[in-house]
Design a protein around this ligand. Sequence first.
Ligand code: FE2
Length: 367
Amino acid sequence: MAENDFLPIKNWDHIEFYVGNAKQAAYYYCTTLGFRPVAYAGLETGLRDRASYVVAQGDIRFVFTSGLAPEHRACQSVLAHGDGVTDVALQVGDAAAAYQAALERGARSAMEPTVSEDRHGRVKRAAIHTYGETVHSFIEREDYAGPFLPGYAAVECPPALEGKDAGLRGIDHVVGNVELGKMDEWVHFYERVMGFQQIIHFSDEAISTEYSALMSKVMEGGQGKIKFPINEPAQGKKKSQIEEYLDYYGMPGVQHIALHTNDILTTVSKLQAQGVEFISAIPSYYAELEGRVGTIDEPIADLAKLGVLVDRDEDGYLLQIFSKNVQDRPTVFFEVIERKGARGFGEGNFKALFEAIEREQALRGNL
Ligand code: FE2
């Protein structure tokens, strides 16, 4: 893989969601998906216009923000898109240099380099626009030891939220949906502006069912740590899930976030017990499974009971499962993934998965 270090990314930093009710959204993510409260900023910490709740699990950090007055951009965003991802924030060693490098290569500024400080140290951050109204913040936090960012107060985990951790350990990939004909534009954006490489291309023949199709290319950066698949709808007999997303989100945006675990059977059992709803495969999927993927460590009966899917590529295999949408609009959902060598995205499951998604779409009257 070619090295291109004009915008070195160290890791994921956090993902921020604009939501209608951040207090309740954070509680949902804690009680069902197993996050724990970490930090808070709002009226009590001196903010006047918004409330933000930070939750974490393993290395994953999510922020839920609501505006406190209609003119706040979080309120505007929720009005237009419903709850959704506003910022896929990346950790860098030098936020100003990352911002400058991106702008020189054609990125649009969302926030100029800004330093904030409190008694825990200092953070420098900047941000650029990507697809839709989504941004990438660049966060430089080596000199900071606080709970999240300057201005946030640490939050103790209340007893009612103890013991919910489901073993989710990190972000594997974040998927964007863009409009018909726009995938390559965003592929080139990540290549040109951020120095990412395209690692996979799924054609509409590879990702099609009887009714609908989509195309996807996967961009990778941060020495392989950061993976951004980009989907666009393709022509099919009926409406694709990407078009349904675009109709309800109103523009391109983040479709799903894949979170990895080292033990998917335990993780998914716990998530289901805590109320997370997953898309289920048809029973015949498991009858054909061993013939398709060969011998695996996990008992197929256990996978079938939970609805976990399996795929194999030349490097190994992976196990994955997809949640139902986590808000009323059919937009954002989650994937839980365990990689046993495989570096792909479950291509062998696309048909079964999309047929399952189409059954859900049909129930919503959107197929
Ligand atoms: Fe995925």
